[in-house]
Design a protein around this ligand. Structure first.
Ligand SMILES: *Cc1c(COP(=O)(O)O)cnc(C)c1O
Length: 385
C-alpha cells in the first residue's frame, strides 16, 4: 500500500534515540531543551516549548493567552478537529471562518466580514487560529492587521507548515502572531512519533506554557507566593497538565530537523511532477500564493467541474483497490456531531463544504519513489479518463 503520507526514519535517527536510551535521562533531561532551541532557531523564534502533541501545544497556547469561559476562539472549518477542540478544552466557545476558494486557508475577507458583525453583536473572538493548510501559510499580514483593529490574539496552527515560508521569512518567526504550533506526528513534515511544539517571541508566554506543560508547577522563587521552604520546594500555582515530551522523542526530533530542508526539497520535486503530469487531467491542482512557499505536507486535488461526492468516492475506492492510500483532508469540523450538537449546521460554511465535496489528497512524502508516483499518476489517469 502506498500511503498518503509517512515518516522517513534513517539509521542516524535510530542511533540518536538509542544514545538517549543509554543515557541518564529518559525525560526531563538536556535533550528536550536542545530540541526546543534547535526548532526555535530554525524558524526564527525566541523560545520553543516542546509537548507530547500539537494538540496539547494548542491547548496550553490557548491557556497562556487566557482563553476561558465566555471567550470565543475562531478557526477554519477545513482543518483537523484539534484546531477547534483546544478552544473547547478551555471552556471557550468556538466559531469558524469560511475558507478562501483558492488556498483552502481561512479567508481573510470572510474573517473581516465576520469580525464587523461580531463587533456589532459584542462577541468578538479573543483568539483566532489560522491553519496553514497543506503547508501553505495563511495571509498572515492581513489577519494580523485585523487583530490590531479588533484586538484578538493569534495562534498559528502550523502543524503542516514547518519549513514553509511567508513573505520570505520562516513560518514560526512570529512576525504576525503570538504563538505558532508545530506537529511532529509521523505523517507531518518531521516526526518525533507523537509530539508538538509551541514557539513564541514573548518570554512570558514561553514561561507560562512551560509551566502549564508540567502541572502548573514552578521551581522559580520569583513566581512563588512566599519564600521557598527549602531547596526541595516547588509550588503549583495554577492547574496544568503532564504534556511533556520524552528525551527519546526530542533526540529523534533533532535528528529529523537536520533533514528538514532536504525533506522540503524532495516534497517540492514530487509536487512539480504532479503539477506537470496532472496538467491535462480534469482536476484542480493546488494554487500557490506567490507570497508564500509551502512546506507541502499535502498535495490536494479537487475533481473537475461537475464532479460531486459520488465521483470522488468512486475515484477514492478505485485508487484504494489499486493499493493507493489516498485520503480526504478534511471533513469540515462544523459537520462533526460534536459541533452539530453545539448548533452548527450543514450550509454554514459553503466554500468549505464545496471544497470538501471533491477534494482528494494524493500520496506525498520524501520517501515516495518515482515509480510509485508514476503508478499513482497512471491509476489516476485510468479512473478519470
Ligand atoms: C496533525 C494536526 C494537529 C494535531 O497534531 P497532533 O500532533 O497529532 O496532536 C492539529 N492541527 C492540524 C492542522 C493538524 O494537521
Amino acid at each position: 500500500m502506498i500511503p498518503y503520507g509517512r515518516q522517513e526514519v534513517i539509521e542516524d535517527d535510530i542511533q540518536a534515540v538509542v544514545d538517549v536510551l543509554r543515557s541518564d535521562f529518559l525525560t526531563q533531561g538536556p535533550v528536550v531543551p536542545r530540541f526546543e532551541q534547535a526548532v526555535a532557531e530554525k524558524v526564527g523564534a525566541a523560545h520553543g516549548v516542546a509537548t507530547n502533541s500539537a494538540t496539547s501545544a494548542l491547548h496550553i497556547a490557548c491557556l497562556a493567552l487566557d482563553l476561558g469561559p465566555g471567550d470565543w476562539l475562531w478557526t477554519s472549518p477545513i482543518t483537523f478537529v484539534a484546531s477547534a477542540n483546544c478552544g473547547l478544552y478551555c471552556g471557550a466557545r468556538v466559531d469558524f471562518v469560511d475558507i478562501d476558494p483558492r488556498t483552502y486557508n481561512m479567508s481573510h475577507e470572510a474573517l473581516a466580514d465576520k469580525l464587523a458583525v461580531a463587533e456589532r453583536e459584542g462577541r468578538l473572538p479573543k483568539v483566532v487560529v489560522p491553519v496553514h493548510f497543506a503547508g501553505q501559510s495563511c495571509d498572515m499580514a492581513a489577519i494580523h492587521a485585523l487583530s490590531e483593529r479588533y484586538g484578538f490574539r493569534i495562534i498559528e496552527d502550523a502543524s503542516h507548515a514547518i519549513g514553509g515560508r511567508y513573505h520570505g521569512e520562516p513560518v514560526g518567526c512570529g512576525r504576525y502572531s503570538d504563538i505558532t504550533v508545530f506537529s511532529f506526528h509521523p505523517v507531518k513534515i518531521i516526526t518525533t512519533g507523537e509530539g508538538g511544539m509551541a514557539v513564541t517571541n514573548e518570554p512570558a508566554l514561553a514561561e507560562r506554557m512551560t509551566r502549564l506543560r508540567s502541572h502548573g508547577i514552578t521551581r522559580d522563587p520569583a513566581q512563588m507566593t512566599h519564600e521557598p521552604d527549602g531547596p526541595w520546594y516547588y509550588q503549583q500555582i495554577e492547574l496544568g497538565f503532564n504534556y511533556r515530551m520524552t528525551e527519546m522523542q526530542a533526540a529523534l526530533g533533532i535528528s529529523q530537523l537536520g533533514r528538514l530542508d532536504a525533506f522540503i526539497a524532495r516534497r517540492r520535486e514530487l509536487v512539480a511532477r504532479y503539477n506537470r503530469e496532472l496538467d491535462s487531467l480534469p482536476v484542480t491542482r493546488p494554487w500557490q500564493d506567490p507570497d508564500a512557499e509551502s512546506a507541502w505536507h499535502l498535495y490536494v486535488i479537487c475533481l473537475g467541474e461537475g464532479a460531486g461526492p459520488n465521483d470522488r468516492e468512486e475515484v477514492f475506492r478505485s485508487l484504494w483497490e489499486a493499493g493507493i492510500g489516498v485520503n480526504v483532508h478534511y471533513i469540515p469540523v462544523h459537520t462533526q456531531p460534536q459541533y452539530q450538537a453545539m448548533g452548527f449546521r450543514e450550509g454554514d460554511y459553503p466554500v468549505a463544504e464545496k471544497y470538501y465535496a471533491t477534494a482528494l489528497s494524493l500520496p506525498l512524502y520524501p520517501a515516495l519513489e518515482e515509480p510509485d508516483q508514476e503508478y499513482v499518476l497512471s491509476e489516476l489517469r485510468g479512473v478519470l479518463q
